[in-house]
Write a protein that binds this ligand. Structure first.
Ligand SMILES: Cc1cc2nc3c(=O)[nH]c(=O)nc-3n(C[C@H](O)[C@H](O)[C@H](O)COP(=O)(O)OP(=O)(O)OC[C@H]3O[C@@H](n4cnc5c(N)ncnc54)[C@H](O)[C@@H]3O)c2cc1C
Length: 482
């Protein structure tokens, strides 16, 4: 952690998502007096859990699976002190990180070991080893290179060049060039589908590589007791450094904030414009106005009277199951979403937390969590289409449902104001907005307003629970305010 001490300095953070909380911890640890104002009644932003269906069933309202948190330099730094574990955060690892069923009872399985995964892919064993082996062997070289500050030359040049040569390509191209089997192609498509981009768009292979590497390196764990436990542990760490979170405190204008030396905004560009009123230079307002939000999500949580009856039993070994069939099907489904259409057979990301964490559901019951991508702002109910995809690979699933909770894009945004039109990434994460997020340059966290910084997933490195946007913004503050 930073050894800069800045006693007497005061920071206000707006928003207690992972990025706001990590920013707050980084500054509090450096001696700042930090207060976080959070609009919701509980801290955590995208890391909250609630009893959404039947009494006693704990559901992750947003994030559920956390390779980015476990692999993130910011979380690793905080975890290294033992503080997260001390405050009750325990990661649970399923037997295998990920399964991807296909019709006819087949399934591709991503194991923790590259070799086990390769062997299970049969004819695609060697290509799989060639694609993932060297990147995994580089340890945190790749993920740190992608999440840590950009330097010239990059910190791990060989790994970054190897990654870039494939990662800049569309996932569809890489899957077809690298693999022959439907299993390996579908597995890669499912990984890349997390990008919420067309699989024919550049850099989508990069998402597939990064998430695959993390699965091998650190696993795809869930938090015992619910993702809220991550938020609770971060808040406890912050309080340990003298900081505080004030919930039910929505900030409507920067002008209403108490005197401070720095303000860090865990919100997206549209909200920055609203908070700043007319104090922002028009050029910056134009930049923020041009920032593009991406597709939204439709989310379903279920309470079940038993485990999901997967045809392929390997699916019961994985906390995460990707449902969408073949590379061609997932490409078509994500292509529909990009074109503003609702996919008939959506690519569904499903998690089955209670199978591995019994504290999530009352005895004799199970929980499951799933979402699919939809056009931004869509209010269409996708429940039937999502459930058809589960039923396709687990006949009898519908009969197990004893409770259901759904959220369309409006409900997702009502839960967390950062999810504009249901966009969970804080803005499209294509090549252009990866480089200019929200503006081009080495200091995208800085705004033109003195002492005001942006720290949400609308800054590098983008969406997900990793806290790195907050970590970067806080270090920007520590460098600027002495
Ligand atoms: C359905 C769903 C599934 C997801 N699954 C995963 C997953 O499995 N793994 C993963 O890594 N990521 C996942 N994500 C994405 C992840 O949750 C986000 O990328 C992450 O939470 C972004 O962090 P953040 O700190 O930038 O913003 P947020 O977590 O959105 O936090 C922003 C906070 O700011 C508060 N706020 C906003 N405006 C104001 C205001 N004016 N005044 C005060 N407070 C304000 C909000 O209430 C919120 O608490 C998922 C998201 C969703 C919705």
């Amino acid at each position: 952690m930073s050894d800069v001490t800045s006693a007497g300095r005061r920071a206000i953070v707006v928003g207690a998502g992972p990025n706001g909380l990590v920013a707050a911890i980084t500054l509090a640890r450096a001696g700042w007096d930090v207060t976080v104002f959070e609009a919701a009644s509980h801290p955590g932003g995208g890391m909250r859990s609630e009893e959404l269906t039947i009494p006693g069933a704990i559901h992750d309202v947003c994030s559920a699976i956390h390779p980015l948190a476990v692999g993130s330099p910011a979380f690793r730094e905080i975890a290294a002190t033992g503080a997260l574990a001390e405050h009750g955060l325990e990661w649970i690892y399923s037997d295998v990180p990920l399964a991807h069923p296909l019709d006819g009872g087949r399934a591709a399985v991503l194991h923790r070991s590259v070799d086990d995964t390769a062997v299970a892919l049969g004819a695609d064993a060697s290509p799989y080893r060639r694609l993932f082996g060297p990147l995994v062997e580089a340890g945190f070289g790749l993920t740190d290179g992608l999440m840590a500050p950009f330097t010239i030359p990059p910190k791990h040049p060989l790994t970054m060049v190897r990654y870039g040569a494939v990662g800049l390509l569309p996932a569809h191209t890489v899957a077809r060039r690298a693999f022959d089997t439907e299993e390996a192609q579908a597995l890669f498509a499912g990984l890349a589908g997390h990008s919420i981009l067309s699989l024919k768009a550049p850099v989508t292979a990069g998402y597939g590589l990064m998430l695959g590497v993390l699965a091998h390196l650190v696993g795809w764990p869930l938090a015992r007791g619910g993702s809220q436990q991550i938020a609770s542990a971060l808040v406890a760490v912050l309080e340990g450094f003298g900081g505080r979170v004030e919930c039910d405190h929505r900030v409507d204008s920067l002008a209403e904030l108490p005197p401070n030396d720095a303000v860090l905004l865990d919100v997206t560009p549209r909200q920055v414009i609203a908070l700043a009123g007319d104090s922002l230079p028009s050029r910056y307002v134009r930049t923020l106005t041009k920032f593009r939000y991406g597709p939204g999500v439709f989310k379903v949580d279920w309470a079940l009277d038993g485990p999901i009856p997967w045809t392929n039993t390997d699916c019961a070994r994985a906390a995460t199951v990707h449902l969408g069939g073949t590379l061609a099907e997932i490409t078509a489904s994500e292509g529909d979403v990009q074109a503003g259409r609702l996919p008939e057979r959506p690519y569904v990301l499903l998690a089955q937390q209670s199978l591995f964490d019994p504290s999530r559901a009352p005895a004799g019951t199970q929980t499951a969590w799933a979402y699919c991508h939809v056009p931004n702002g869509s209010t269409k109910d996708m429940t039937a289409r999502i459930e058809s995809q589960v039923e396709r690979f687990a006949p009898g699933f519908r009969d197990r449902i004893i409770g259901r909770h759904t959220m369309n894009t409006a409900a997702v945004e009502a839960h967390d104001a950062n999810y504009i039109g249901g966009d969970i990434n804080g803005g499209v994460a294509d090549l252009r907005q990866f480089i200019a997020r929200p503006k081009l340059g080495l200091h995208p966290w800085k705004t033109p307003l003195d002492g005001v910084y942006l720290c949400s997933s609308s800054t590098p490195p983008g969406g997900g629970v990793h806290g790195m946007c907050g970590w970067h913004a806080a270090h920007e503050v520590l460098r600027s305010v002495r």
